[in-house]
Design a protein around this ligand. Structure first.
Ligand code: FES
Length: 429
């Protein structure tokens, strides 16, 4: 099938993520950042970083990695003139290297100020309105189950299966189109393992809502109410027990110009190569995390997989070296690296895969009242849960990476324990 990108017709597979289809067709810069017009490309490929926002069928700020290709899709970059890869307004980045504050760009005249502020705001890329309305979620349905599992990664799928096998009615909701979460981007497991786990949960009786993010929790009912935005409309989910298996977000490491296109999260590279079969580059630098063993193990597995695909791969071991600065402008061309002895060298590359500790996706259980603690090692707020996944709130359980990044295998075990505990409590409630 075909899609249109800034006047060009490109080929794509039906239902392929738009960001992947564009990359596979050679499109590198997707959009420009607001204000400084720095080039933007995807980073996480899972809908959480906001680096891939584009204008799709006249609607601005659409995540290209979460948009499925369909015939005739019309796609444009944002904040770019005349095109994303050749944006004359990127001079803003050069003109204001120390940053620009609209409030200090004042003249002596009120009228001139108004004109100038409007002009500068437009230069910055703020305010091109949608050409049509978004889709409203008119239809509202209700579902009540014994156990609601939020997240269909290794922890969520294992929890759903374990709870269903105990005889509980189970609904598993996930924002992604494919169940499997972090398994899907992991060369040690991959899509087959994700499908096996999802199939096992389904065979045990669990039901699924995919492409359905949980958008809020409300305290109305006894044990709360989840609002789930499905493609068909809003679903009010009530459950005796809630199991949060929301995983963790990909994060970046700190080094100069770490927002250059071509710098991806390691799991983003995994999604590209393992899930979609698209090569991320010809020479890839994989940056390890340092002290986090689970993250390092993933980074090493990814580096080995890329090597096996015939891609020249360099592994920067976070324990002995650190990334200092990205080179290149519209696309990364190299990475400056410093060893522990202070020696510096440059690794030429056309892709960087950063394996930083993922940040626990703890917003939903926090909103539900579960206690969290800030952990620098875990890169954010982790949910406090016991061995069985019980949190500080009666009826609310959490398991997997949302309680601190642990990798797919341990997450699956934690999910099983939480599913068993949730079913036991729900069926005796
Ligand atoms: S949100 Fe699309 S790449 Fe991160």
């Amino acid at each position: 099938m075909t899609i249109e990108f800034e006047g060009r017709t490109l080929r794509a597979f039906t239902a392929e993520p738009l960001a992947v289809a564009l990359f596979a067709s050679g499109v590198r810069v997707l959009s420009r950042s607001i204000k400084y017009h720095r080039p933007r490309a995807f980073f996480c490929l899972e809908g959480h970083c906001g680096a891939c926002l584009m204008r799709v069928d006249g609607i601005p700020n659409v995540r290209a990695c979460m948009t499925r290709c369909r015939e005739g899709l019309v796609v444009e970059g944002q904040n770019a003139f005349p095109a994303s890869d050749l944006d004359v307004l990127s001079a803003m980045d050069w003109l204001f290297p120390q940053g620009m504050n609209h409030h200090t760009l004042m003249t002596g005249s009120k009228i001139l100020n108004r004109v100038m502020q409007k002009f500068v705001r437009q230069l910055s890329g703020l305010g091109k309105a949608p050409e049509r309305r978004g889709t409203a979620l008119h239809e509202v349905r209700s579902q009540h189950v014994d156990v609601a599992v939020i997240g269909a990664g290794p922890a969520g799928l294992s929890a759903a299966r374990a709870a269903a096998e105990q005889g509980a009615s189970v609904l598993c909701v996930d924002e992604q189109a494919l169940s499997g979460g972090s398994l899907l981007c992991d060369p040690r497991f991959g899509r087959e393992e994700a499908e096996r786990l999802a199939e096992a949960a389904r065979n045990a009786g669990a039901r699924f809502l995919t492409r359905s993010p949980v958008i809020a929790w409300f305290p109305e009912e006894d044990n709360g109410l989840l609002a789930v935005a499905t493609p068909e409309g809003l679903v009010r989910v009530t459950a005796r027990r809630y199991v949060y298996a929301t995983g963790a977000y990909d994060t970046n490491a700190l080094f100069e110009d770490n927002d250059r296109p071509g710098i991806f999260s390691a799991r983003g590279v995994g999604r590209l190569a393992v899930l979609h079969g698209v090569r991320p580059g010809h020479r890839v630098v994989v940056v390890g995390a340092g002290s986090n063993d689970a993250v390092n193990a993933y980074a090493a597995a990814l580096a080995a997989e890329l090597g096996a695909l015939g891609i020249e791969t360099v592994f920067v071991d976070g324990n002995h070296e650190k990334a200092l600065r990205a080179r290149g402008h519209a696309w990364v061309e190299g990475l400056d690296v410093e060893g522990k002895d202070g020696r510096r060298h440059r690794e030429p590359c056309d892709a960087v895969a950063v394996a930083a500790p993922p940040q626990p996706a703890s917003e939903a259980p926090r909103q539900h009242g579960a206690e969290v603690v800030l952990s620098a090692e875990a890169g954010g707020f982790v949910v406090i849960a016991d061995e069985s996944g019980r949190t500080s709130v009666q009826g609310v359980l959490a398991c997997g990476d949302v309680t601190g990044y642990m990798g797919p295998e341990r997450a699956a075990h934690a999910g099983t324990r939480a599913g068993l505990a949730a079913a036991k409590e729900a069926l005796s409630a």
